[in-house]
Design a protein around this ligand. Structure first.
Ligand code: SAM
Ligand code: SF4
Length: 329
């Protein structure tokens, strides 16, 4: 098992399939520039499946989430999902995507064994989308959401990040849209993980602010926090339910004490935290002929060194050198 020195057990593996993306969300990437990882450094599909297999069969991983960068850009995505679905014990398989190309891929992904999906949608206004993501692709995202719903990847979850002065007036419209379409919306506080290091605390829309705005238009009743487990979202019944909305206060309401996540980057590094400043290189070991036992031992040791919390509030906090797009959100 992947146990750290505080007794937390990692069972949720997030795998970044690529650091590339077809959007440029300003909380994640600069509008232009940003070098991609060199191709030879990226794990091949076979290497990814081998490491995921070790995680599931030997190390107690029960959930595998594919992400990126934009995972739909990875040509072998459907095959990787299918190979993951053949593992025993069969893990839950999830995907986080910006939705571009999902209209075409939702059905093959569901057939391959994908269980659930999160689609990022920060605005319903094409002009705001262009300003925030620097590409004019809102219709593709909406088509992708509809396709995911149609093929039964339900409940389709939406991830939204609000930025002050950009889309923070859209909390209520985003929730109305989600209720109307049967999607489950989660707001995520903006974290200091953008490649250009542009995060400023005063620009972050906090969980308290988000809830304040929603409560002006909806009746929200919080779930019992004891039911939350390791899930980062605080969930609220909307207007008596059954629909719910989630708020993930990653910065102001950290959930590090219950964290059950571990990450594998597209270039084969184990990260025990989004905010870790050190990584463990499985790729070099794997390509030097390491056995499954050896790779598992390196992975166990990497998780063992996980820190108690992300420490964003510590004066000594250092933003990790790797941006979110290269870590796998
Ligand atoms: N490209 C895919 C997408 O956008 O869904 C997957 C990768 S993206 C890095 C994963 C999630 O991280 C998205 O929901 C995105 O909104 C979120 N994210 C990216 N940068 C963030 C930041 N600085 N703070 C909070 N969430 C962020
Ligand atoms: Fe791309 Fe996702 Fe980052 Fe937006 S959040 S730039 S879609 S990786």
């Amino acid at each position: 098992m992947l146990v750290d020195s505080f007794g937390r057990v990692a069972t949720d593996l997030r795998v970044s399939l690529t650091d590339r993306c077809n959007l440029r969300c300003s909380y994640c990437m600069p509008p232009e520039g940003l070098d991609w990882l060199p191709k030879p450094d990226l794990l091949t599909a076979e290497e990814i499946v081998r490491l995921v297999t070790i995680g599931v069969e030997r190390l107690g991983i029960t959930e595998v989430r594919y992400t990126g960068g934009e995972p739909l850009l990875r040509r072998e995505l459907v095959e990787i999902v299918a190979a993951t679905a053949r593992l025993r014990p069969r893990p839950q398989i999830m995907l986080t995507t910006n939705g571009i190309g999902l209209a075409r891929l939702a059905a093959p992904l569901a057939e391959a064994g994908l269980d659930r999906i999160n689609v990022s949608l920060d605005t319903l206004d094409p002009a705001v989308f262009l300003r925030l993501a620097h590409r004019d692709r809102l219709p593709d995202v909406l088509d992708g959401l509809a396709a995911a719903h149609r093929v039964g990847l339900t409940p389709v979850k939406i991830n939204a990040v609000l930025m002050r002065g950009v889309n923070d007036h859209e909390a209520v419209p985003l929730l109305r849209f989600s209720l109307d379409h049967g999607y489950e919306l989660r707001f995520i506080e903006q974290m200091p993980l953008d490649a250009q290091h542009g995060w400023r605390r005063e620009n972050m829309i906090t969980a308290d602010e988000i809830l304040g705005r929603l409560k002006a238009s909806f009746d929200l009743v919080g779930d019992d926090p004891r039911d939350r487990g390791s899930a980062p979202a605080e969930l609220f019944l909307v207007n008596g339910g059954p629909a719910r909305v989630g708020v993930i206060g990653s910065v102001t309401r950290p959930f590090c004490g219950a964290c059950d996540r571990v990450r594998l980057t597209a270039d084969g590094q184990i990260r025990n935290c989004l905010f870790a400043t050190e990584e463990s290189d499985l790729r070099t070991a794997l390509r030097s002929g390491a056995s499954d036992d050896d790779l598992a031992a390196r992975w166990i040791s990497a998780v063992g060194r996980k820190k108690a919390g992300h420490g964003i509030d510590d004066p000594s906090f250092l933003q990790p050198a790797r941006p979110m797009s290269a870590i796998g959100g």
